[in-house]
Design a protein around this ligand. Sequence first.
Ligand SMILES: [Fe+2]
Length: 342
Amino acid sequence: MIFEAFAAGGCRSYLVGCEATRSAALIDPELTLIDHYVGATAKHGLHVRYVVDTHTHADHFSASRELGRIMSAPVVMHRLSPAPYPDLRLDDGDMLAVGQLRLKALHTPGHTRDSLCLVVDDRVFTGDTLLIGGTGRTDLPSGNPEALFESLFGKLLKLPHAMLVFPAHDYKGRASSTIGAEIAGNPRLQKTDRAAFVEMMETLDLAAPTHLTEALRTNMSGGKSVAQLLAEAGARVAFMSLAELRERIGGDGRDLVVLDIREPDAFSAGHIPGAHHLPRGQLELRVNTELPDPTVRIVTCCEFGKISTLAAATLRELGFQRVAALDGGVSAWREAGFPLES
Ligand SMILES: [Fe+2]
């Protein structure tokens, strides 16, 4: 088996490939690592046949949909996944054939209703059902402590003790464990009585994960995160550095429109000398009158250099071919000690 593990913060994802056929599957890919997966797949000479999410993640952004598209591979989730985009929905006991490897799905609800574990040869990818020294929480949408108890004690922990455990999270940098080691040492698994286990899970009082709302929104709908939207816009536009702009406005500057897209208050408080003001909210409304020449060179700017990227992408789409976004915003310009006009 070809095997590679990836970590992004506490999130862990995996590439498993068949040595003989070079077919592979990606498990729980995370959005910021897309280029890593593409690179690792190429390095091993693998063709990804399936992109699997073990459950609807509430705490990080799944890259499944994006990778499914890039790699022309079906996105796989459990039958009960609320996401509209899985191409293949699995039931308990279903198997995926990845060359000569067999990935067997165990439905293990509890952390979420749609949680799966995947058994492949000597290892099990446990998602958030079983973590090293812990379990997934059960207080997030569709979580259920009684179901988790059943999934663990009635199913997962009945796997051979030697089986390797690869969870979807580990915050202490540990790579793997075994079923036997978890049964022996995992504090949560010491509560072998159902009522005691449920009571423990119900009184954990955990803080809500960061990005909960945005992660659930994007993972359940297949929509984009704000960071993704900005990155996509950033990939379609050119940028101009603060120093380059500083030099250019020092010259005659007539061939460059500095387009400040902030709100009126921010603009009047201080803007780059000679900047033209067109708030983002009015860009499409006023573009035809304010920017009649589509061949003019434009650099968009905003406070922090993010929304200006979206504005530049919009202007490019509208046919302004010489638009760049300022790399950094007026706040960075101010910090650099460059001149402002008010
Ligand atoms: Fe999770």
